[in-house]
Design a protein around this ligand. Structure first.
Ligand code: OGA
Ligand code: NI
Length: 371
């Protein structure tokens, strides 16, 4: 249901990039997070071994080289996927089939877009009914604390909602790169979905069907632009959240880290490896797997030295399909944890409230859980 509160922003929109470029020494109060949500201060000099930037913990890396998908190696690959999904819900993939040139060109086209004068970007200003276009906030609650980020959000799939005339016309290569990138990422998402299905002991096409089938998936691209921030210890580029769909594939900025993943009550900073893509499980995967696999909270920290660009490709279920735990994964010992709900209904929550950790998927639980 679309409420009237989703037709327009409750307050005038301020572009974070404009704020950043104005050279303010202090960030406006609206961006200051409560102390419990702030990132830990990053000390410039720390005793050896304790410098977090040299922390060796990283999310798992999975090699998708096609040789891994055949014969005995395929069992090993499924074991790696199962471990990464159960233990982390986040992993980097290498040899994923998306060309390095395409990834680089897409990212640089978006960097150029954000480098355009603000008036040029303003033509694409979005509103909260579809979010499509150039935006600077998520959620419509009045006086909410804001994140240090501007973004561009667009619909790629299904075809019926794809409208390239709403995509940036500049730089000139942008629309074509988005089409090409979307196509390759869609292929990769299907391959990942098949591996994830098999890692659960399900048929390879099980999850694809559960989320609405080949032609009906939703796919959206959000390019995030995190400007330099004069007080990075007080704010976040993106507040802690889990993604609402079933899978997200992120192209990070190779030069600037910032993504942090919650793992056993710690925030682990992801160290991108060259040309890898970062994959994470999202809320609808948790629902369909009956919480055997779970979505994972993540957030983004910013810094005062360098801006950062990332491309998040969100894979969502067909919007009017009821999503519920797979029968095959529901047993007497492990009854269905979630009631059926369409993705359309689910998404409205975030579009209204903004990013709130995992509170939404947790609010769906209908029985006491054993874990
Ligand atoms: C997102 C997201 C992470 C990043 O867009 O949902 O989590 O590194 N982005 O920009
Ligand atoms: Ni996210």
């Amino acid at each position: 249901m679309m409420t009237s509160s989703l037709q327009s922003w409750p307050e005038p929109i301020v572009r974070v990039q404009t704020l950043s470029e104005s050279g303010v020494a202090r960030i406006p109060e609206r961006y200051v997070k409560p102390p419990s949500e702030r990132p830990l201060p990053i000390p410039k000099f720390t005793p050896r071994g304790r410098d977090r930037t040299h922390d060796s913990t990283n999310i798992p890396v999975i090699n998708l080289d096609s040789i891994m998908s055949s014969g005995d190696r395929s069992t090993l690959l499924l074991e790696h996927i199962s471990y990464a999904c159960r233990e982390w819900g986040f992993f980097q993939v290498v040899n994923h089939g998306v060309s390095d040139e395409l990834m680089g060109a897409a990212r640089e086209a978006w960097r150029e877009f954000f480098g355009l004068p603000v008036e040029a970007k303003q033509e694409y200003a979005n509103n909260p009914s579809t979010y499509e276009g150039y935006g600077s906030r998520i959620g419509v609650e009045r006086e909410a604390t804001l994140d240090w980020c501007d973004y561009f959000f667009l619909h790629y799939s299904p075809r019926s909602v794809r409208n390239p005339s709403k995509w940036p016309a500049l730089p000139l290569s942008c629309r074509e790169l988005i089409s090409e990138y979307g196509k390759e990422l869609t292929e990769l998402s299907k391959r990942l979905l098949s591996l994830i299905s098999r890692s659960l002991g399900l048929e390879g096409d099980y999850l694809e069907r559960a989320f609405g089938g080949r032609e009906e998936f939703g796919a959206c691209l959000r390019t995030n632009f995190y400007p330099k921030c004069p007080q990075p210890d007080l704010t976040l580029g993106l507040s802690a959240h889990s993604d609402p769909g079933f899978l997200t594939i992120l192209l990070p900025d190779p030069h600037v880290s910032g993504l942090q993943v919650r793992h056993r009550d710690h925030w682990v900073t992801v160290k991108p490896i060259p040309n890898a893509l970062i994959v994470n499980l999202a809320d609808q995967m948790q629902v369909v797997t009956n919480a055997i696999y779970r979505s994972v909270e993540h957030r983004v920290i910013v810094n005062s030295a360098r801006e950062r660009v990332s491309l998040a490709f969100f894979c969502n279920p067909k919007s009017d399909l009821l999503i519920q735990p797979a029968k095959e994964l529901v047993t007497e010992d492990r009854p269905a944890l979630y009631s059926p709900m369409t993705y359309e209904e689910y998404r409205t929550y975030i579009r209204t409230k903004g990013l709130r950790g995992k509170s939404q998927v947790e609010s769906l639980v209908r029985l006491p859980t054993k874990n």
